[in-house]
Structure formats: C-alpha cells, structure tokens
Design a protein around this ligand. Structure first.
Ligand SMILES: [Zn+2]
Length: 442
C-alpha cells in the first residue's frame, strides 16, 4: 500500500484506524496458502489453510467487537448492529464481502480484496460514527463465503448455493475431492457437523442488499481503447450466461508400435477435432469456448487411447450465441462418435439495475466532490466470471458488484494484481456506497 499506510505497523487491538487497517490485514493474509515455488495460492475449502483464513476472519471480527455468526454452510458473517432485531423492524442489513479461497495457484486478489476492503470500509464508517456522529440506520455486515472457487469439490459458489437452496445438501455432502474425500468427511475432519448443512432462510432474511467488491477479471479499466479506461473502479452490470459440458470420445486400446494406422480406433483424434471446433465456433458466434481439462484412458505413451473425456466451458454476453457455439461443437463431436453431456448451465444474471444506478450516482458525486470537477459517468461492466453475488442476485437479494482495476487483466494466476492507489480507491468507493445504503431510513 501507499507509504502513509505503511507508517503504522502496529495496530491497536480494539480501535482500527481505517487507513492502517487495509495494509495490516493484507500483510496478515499474504503468506497463507502461498506456494513458494509458483508464488500462487492454494486455499481450498475445509483444509488447514482454509481454517487459518477463517480464524483470521474471526479475529478481525473480534478486534472490532463485531458479532460473528455462521450460517448452515459455515459462511462467516461479521455484524455491526443486530441484524435480527433490525430485520424484524424492516431494516435489513447492508452486506459487503467476498471469499477467501482460491483456485489452484490462484492470485492474491480474487476474493480477499473484497473481504479486506469490506472490513476497511467498515473501519472508515466506524471512524465517521465516532468522529462525526454519523449513525447507520441499518446494520452493516461483512461476509466470507466458503468454497467460492469450487477448487476442491468441483462446484463453484458452494457456500452461497447451499444457503440459497440451489445446491441440494445431500448432493453437497456427497461431492468428492481428487482424493475421494467427500465434503461430508471434509466437514467432519474440520470439526463441523455435515448434517446441519442446508438452505438457511434465517441468514438470508438478514440481508437487505449485498455488494461484492472484486478485482477486475479482464482489462477494460486498463485498456486505453475501452470506453471504461481511466477509472479505478467500475460498477457491475451482470454475469454472462455460462455452462460446462462433458465430451466422451470412445476408442479402442491397442499397442502404439504394432497397430497399423488403418486398424486403429483412436479416441484422441475425435477429441482433437473438438478442441479445434470449439475455437472456431467461439470465433464464429462471438463468445468464448475453452476445453481446459482432459482425461485419457489408458493414459500410456505407448498405447492408442481407448477413451478421452474433455470438458468444455462456454460463456458469452449473448445466451443464444453461447448455445449456438456449443451446438456446433456437439455436432462436430457427434460426427466423431462422441456424446456431449451438459454438467451445468447458468443463465445470464442481471444485478439489480436500480442499485447499480444508485452506486454509479454515489460514486460519481463522490469523485466530483473530491476532485472539484463535474461528475463523470462511472462505467458499468459485465463479467464472464461467476460470483457469489450472482447466486444471491438469482435468489432475489438486491445485489451489486464493484470492480477494481487490474492492470494485467489476468486472474486465477499469480499475475492477478491491483495497485495500492486502486485498492485504496476501492475501499473509498465501497465505504461511500455502504454509507449511502446503510444511512437510508427504513
Ligand atoms: Zn472471486
């Protein structure tokens, strides 16, 4: 962070200075689950690293005297104000936050930036309450959603999907990781009770609206040719439709050295055709298609493949275009004898348009007041990445996102990054938004 944030390394236990808190929180998280060889993070649900991150969250909560609650999936909620009493009076809470887990060899920002910024924004507002007498009319919450990336059990946003009832608890409990450990076993080993896992209406009732701040996954804000260029923070408009499909190519195992080419039934050839067809279909229909995972049987260098399974990920701004691209890949794959199975499909998610407009207005006014210039339009960006914000939006919670500029445009990699000034701009923006939303009378 910037130099003035670095001056105070020792923070008081009970009273945070907002300008200090981001830096000290970031420094505390930095080593957790970091692979020294790759510089990437391996923070998977219900592992020792995850436990450390959850302890960190609980400590940050305790240091501020916030009430910590956990819902039926173990998502952590830190509350300033009593969310149950307020909800009973029709003043539901304003919640910010994100997730602390990562993909394999993920970056430092995807997830943690949202959680750390939420605590730092809360500190800004608590200082304002103390110094200027500002009081929120709604409780403010900070959330850490568990298992957002789905890196261990294969289902993204498992924490928010379970509590909203989108992911059946029996299915969640029986999901397995690469070692064959079920989620139920992982929960038990983490000292939890898998039987309590399930939809949690009580937790949902406390949320009046949810704002997830996230590092931008893409480089619209950093691209001089993009209309959003020049801004450190954008407001999210929605999440593209996306899906996953499994492609199974049959073949026949045989010796690589003794089987004549004309006698082979090589599953890999059909798979190779599908990979190329996915690329061409994506170009043709103006969307994205990726085959990034493959399993080969029997998997010997000197054996003709008897079966190849590939996984196709397709997404794009336009639902019909994505469907058309997948249909093209399916046609090509079926001509090679393959079958295509849809494993998941998520329709487009539109965030609450009134809320997005309100965020744009608040941020434009704030930027203008700070710089003494005319208010400038705050950009509105869609994203191809899934988020807990999307799950909550689809469950009927008024939801918004803020994206913080990422100069590399890279995410799910150690290259993912946001500059000190932009992180600070994100905290300032989030604080302004929370102040506006929590200051509203019932
Ligand atoms: Zn994320």
């Amino acid at each position: 962070m910037a130099a003035d944030l670095l001056r105070h390394r020792h923070r008081p236990k009970t009273k945070e200075s907002p300008t200090v808190s981001f830096e000290s929180m970031w420094a505390a998280l930095e080593p957790v689950g970091r692979d020294p060889r790759t510089g990437g993070y391996r923070r998977f649900a219900w592992t020792a690293e995850d436990h450390t991150l959850r302890e960190w969250f609980a400590e940050e909560c305790a240091a501020r005297g916030l009430d910590l609650t956990e819902d039926r999936m173990g998502n952590q909620w830190a509350w300033w104000g009593d969310p149950d009493r307020a909800a009973a009076e029709g003043r539901q809470g304003v919640v910010a936050g994100s997730h602390l887990d990562s993909v394999p060899d993920g970056g430092a920002f995807d997830g943690p930036l949202g959680v750390v910024s939420a605590f730092a924004a809360l500190d800004v507002l608590r200082a304002k309450a103390e110094q200027e007498g500002w009081q929120p009319t709604r409780p403010i919450g900070v959330v850490n959603f568990v298992d957002e990336e789905g890196a261990r059990f294969g289902v993204a946003c498992a924490g928010s999907r379970v509590i909203t009832g989108v992911l059946d608890p029996d299915r969640a409990r029986s999901l397995t990781d690469a070692d064959g450990t079920t989620m139920a076993e992982a929960l038990t080993r983490a000292g939890r009770y898998p039987r309590t896992v399930g939809r949690d209406d009580e937790a949902l009732r406390r949320i009046g609206c949810f704002v997830e701040l996230h590092v931008e996954q893409g480089r619209a804000l950093a691209d001089p040719d993009h209309p959003a260029h020049g801004h450190a923070v954008a407001v999210g408009s929605g999440i593209w439709p996306h899906g996953r499909w499994r492609l199974d190519f049959p073949g026949e195992a045989n010796h690589a050295g003794t089987t004549r080419l004309e006698d082979r039934h090589d599953a890999m050839l059909g798979y190779a055709t599908a990979v190329l067809s996915a690329r061409r279909a994506a170009e043709r229909h103006g969307c994205l298609a990726t085959i990034g995972k493959v399993a080969v049987q029997p998997g010997g260098v000197n054996a003709v493949p008897s079966a190849v399974t590939g996984w196709l990920d397709a997404r794009g701004a336009d639902e019909a275009a994505v469907r058309a691209a997948v249909a093209d890949v399916a046609g090509e794959a079926e001509r090679c004898g393959a079958t295509l199975t849809e494993e998941s499909w998520t329709p487009p998610t539109s965030f609450d348009t009134d809320l997005a407009t309100r965020l744009q207005r608040v941020l434009a006014a704030r930027t203008a007041a700070e710089s003494g210039t005319e208010p400038q339009g705050i950009p509105l960006l869609g994203t191809g990445a899934g988020h807990d914000a999307g799950i909550l939006a689809n469950a009927g919670v008024p939801t918004a996102m803020l994206f913080v500029r990422n100069p590399t445009g890279v995410s799910h990699s150690p290259q993912e990054w946001a500059g000190d000034d932009d992180c600070r701009a994100g905290v300032t923006a989030l604080a302004a938004v929370l102040e506006d939303l929590a200051g509203e009378s019932a």
